[in-house]
Design a protein around this ligand. Structure first.
Ligand SMILES: Nc1ncnc2c1ncn2[C@@H]1O[C@H](COP(=O)(O)OP(=O)(O)OP(=O)(O)O)[C@@H](O)[C@H]1O
Ligand SMILES: [Mg+2]
Length: 224
């Protein structure tokens, strides 16, 4: 067995007196597609933020692709290259076109303008939005915007994609295109996907669903 893509061990995250995450442990294998469900306020986004190195645990360890997330030397590089983050309220810049939004992720990576352009076109094509390259987010549907956010998260070919309710607000057709995209990513590029989801359509496609409640992963949820 190869090392897991994600290894979470005894993680605790407190806000004030409340341990939102209270001794959480689980693994996600390379190329696996796992969803996390659980009630509102259970700590799902908190967990995703810890994995994305946007926040630090009070105790426990998080290892992503062999890197100890709490003790990273190169935080920016980790956020840019190891994980791709997709938030439910995706932070696309409204005044920039789809292709400009995706290109943002490639600035500072040393890619030349031509290569950047080529990569952006490839990404928009991959998410089925080549025809929307020049559109601005306010003129796009929720599903289209979500796919632009995913394209941006994938720009630097991260081995791990973290997504917070990526289909939450989407109608069936839009949700299906995001789901197909995830399935395709797994099949063609072995991307490990961890997604917070209340969406039965998404959970049905996952290899496994973990349930977070009361600060714990419920019995049967953890793989280790
Ligand atoms: N920075 C913070 N400071 C204080 N409390 C916080 C902070 N971030 C989250 N919390 C609290 O931690 C709990 C878990 O929040 P979190 O956003 O992780 O929940 P969630 O499972 O993602 O919920 P939802 O399904 O509604 O998105 C909530 O009670 C929230 O108020
Ligand atoms: Mg949340």
């Amino acid at each position: 067995m190869s090392d897991p893509a994600i290894a979470v061990r005894h993680v605790v995250r407190r806000f004030g007196d409340t341990a939102v995450l209270d001794d959480v442990s689980f693994d996600v294998a390379v190329g696996e597609f796992v969803t996390i469900t659980g009630p509102s306020g259970a700590g799902k986004s908190t967990l995703l933020h810890l994995l994305g190195a946007l926040d630090r645990p009070d105790a426990g360890t998080i290892t992503v692709c062999g890197q100890d997330v709490a003790h990273l030397d190169r935080l920016t590089r980790y956020r840019r290259s190891t994980v791709g983050l997709v938030f439910q309220l995706h932070d696309l810049i409204p005044r920039l076109t789809a292709e400009e939004n995706v290109a943002m992720a490639l600035f500072g990576t040393g890619l030349h303008r031509q290569d950047r352009r080529r990569r952006v076109a490839e990404l928009l094509d991959q998410v089925g939005l080549a025809h929307r390259a020049r559109s601005r987010p306010p003129t796009m549907s929720g599903g289209e915007r979500q796919r632009v956010a995913i394209a941006r998260a994938l720009a630097n070919r991260p081995p791990v994609l973290l997504a917070d309710e990526p289909t939450g607000s989407l109608d069936d057709d839009s949700a299906r295109s995001v789901l197909d995209l995830f399935a395709d990513l797994q099949a063609t590029s072995e991307v490990t996907v961890l997604a917070v989801s209340h969406d039965p359509r998404l959970n049905a496609r996952a290899d496994r669903s973990l349930v977070l409640a009361g600060g714990h992963l419920e019995p049967g949820g953890a793989s280790s």
